[in-house]
Design a protein around this ligand. Structure first.
Ligand code: GAL
Length: 422
């Protein structure tokens, strides 16, 4: 071998060995880039289950985390990426946002996989109305969360001789007792989506499921402007008395941590809060208690996290499809949701691996489906489109912070919704 030939040979060798050492991406191996807002301890632990499953299938995970509970910031980043022609393989998405993106024509068609894997049969209609656009599956639902829960520190409750409250008066009685003991009664983060998460529950507890539907889903001006809504706002104002002085702007998981530590007694939050308790090594029934928001048993205000799949080049489609398949695998639905705190998105998943709160979540969903009281959460984009939701957020937060009296709040709500609906 002359010098030139040997040079070429060793350069080729070098190139191939360098390629072998490169991460899978450079070799055209499969990868998904996934935008999401699961950045708290419990959320990240759950997401890891999906990452690992996909890694096992030979799919590398490129993480695009955008912190901020409820996903508002994530949706801003997503808009920028899609607008600049660089959509992720998949993005975590809620309710009506999926429909809005589908309308833009940027989401992929998952019908072939959905048909092969029988999604139509095993995913409840309430979820499908968001996952499908004009008959085409565009998103893979990963869970079924709900917002009408309260989470209690058991020791704080035991020490004060308290039991999980089952109606409004018992709830207020319990909060009063905790406040009198010098502890923070209600752990809360003053962010619009968190205020609205409380609002979901108070509307159900005050007006019942029919009223919730009329006001927050049908957006009936009469219901929005009613005395019942005024009472909802009075109750929101009442709850405000039980939060600590530093509640403004606090992240939801830090509020969960206050209950976990026993610095506060109760958090009103969706069942992703359970993910935080479990991630901190806490056990339901021993360290913490869960119950439906007092007066809402039988109703479930749900939000389902879905991974909306974007139209991507042919080279990225195989990985995208593997991701969709992995998400709807019943085994994954169990192992993921055990960690996340949610019920599975599929109805054919056993509850055996779930703790008592998880079993209750699954049973409550069944009950709500039968009673037709499985209702989309306003706070998490499953009752109304983003424009209306955001208009409501402003009023709810205004009332909670005392900027509007309950009376003014009702009037503002009617006006805000009418403006945003157009
Ligand atoms: C919700 C989402 C949950 C949880 C929560 C807090 O909108 O559905 O999965 O992540 O935000 O970040």
């Amino acid at each position: 071998m002359n010098v030139t030939k040997s040079f070429i040979f060793s350069a080729a060798l070098l190139a191939s060995s360098a390629l072998a050492g490169l991460p899978a991406l450079a070799q055209g191996a499969q990868r998904v880039d996934v935008l999401h807002w699961w950045t708290s301890g419990g959320e990240a632990a759950a997401l890891n289950v999906l990452k690992q499953n996909l890694n096992g299938e030979g799919v590398a995970w490129q993480d695009v985390p955008v912190a901020g509970g409820g996903g508002e910031q994530a949706m801003t980043v997503l808009r920028a990426r899609v607008t600049s022609g660089n959509p992720p393989t998949a993005s975590q998405m809620l309710g009506f946002d999926i429909q809005d993106w589908a309308e833009q024509g940027v989401l992929a068609d998952l019908n072939a996989i959905a048909t092969k894997e029988n999604w139509d049969k095993n995913i409840p209609a309430a979820l499908q109305q968001f996952s499908k656009y004009k008959g085409t599956w565009v998103a893979a639902p990963v869970n079924l969360h709900s917002t009408n829960w309260i989470w209690m520190n058991k020791k704080v409750f035991d020490d004060l001789g308290l039991k999980p409250p089952q109606n409004w008066d018992e709830f207020i009685g319990a909060l009063d007792k905790v406040k009198a003991s010098g502890k923070t009664a209600l752990a809360h983060g003053g962010q619009p989506w968190q205020d609205a998460t409380i609002f979901d529950s108070v509307v159900i507890a005050t007006g019942g499921p029919e009223f919730y539907k009329k006001a927050l889903i049908d957006l009936d001006p009469k219901a929005l402007g009613s005395d019942t809504m005024k009472k909802v706002f009075e109750r929101m104002t009442q709850l405000r008395k039980y939060v600590d002085n530093n509640f403004s702007g606090r992240d939801w998981n830090l509020a969960s941590a206050m209950v976990i530590r026993g610095d506060a007694a109760v958090q009103i939050m969706g069942d992703w809060a359970k993910g935080e308790f479990v991630n901190a090594g806490k056990k339901p029934g021993t360290d913490f208690l869960c119950t439906r928001f007092p007066g809402t048993q039988g109703v479930v205000t749900f939000n389902t996290d879905q991974f909306a799949m974007f139209k991507v080049g042919a080279d990225r489609q195989a990985a995208q499809q593997k991701m969709a398949t992995a998400i709807e695998d019943p085994g994954f639905q169990s192992s993921f949701n055990v960690v996340k705190g949610s019920a599975p998105a599929r109805t054919d998943v056993s509850d055996a691996a779930f703790d008592d709160c998880g079993k209750k979540a699954i049973a409550d969903v069944k009950e709500a489906v039968a009673k037709e009281t499985l209702l989309g959460s306003l706070a998490h984009g499953h009752a109304a489109r983003a424009a209306v939701k955001n208009a409501m957020y402003d009023v709810i937060t205004g009332v909670f912070n005392g900027d509007y009296s309950p009376d003014q709040g009702v009037k503002e709500l009617v006006t805000a919704v009418a403006g945003a609906k157009q």
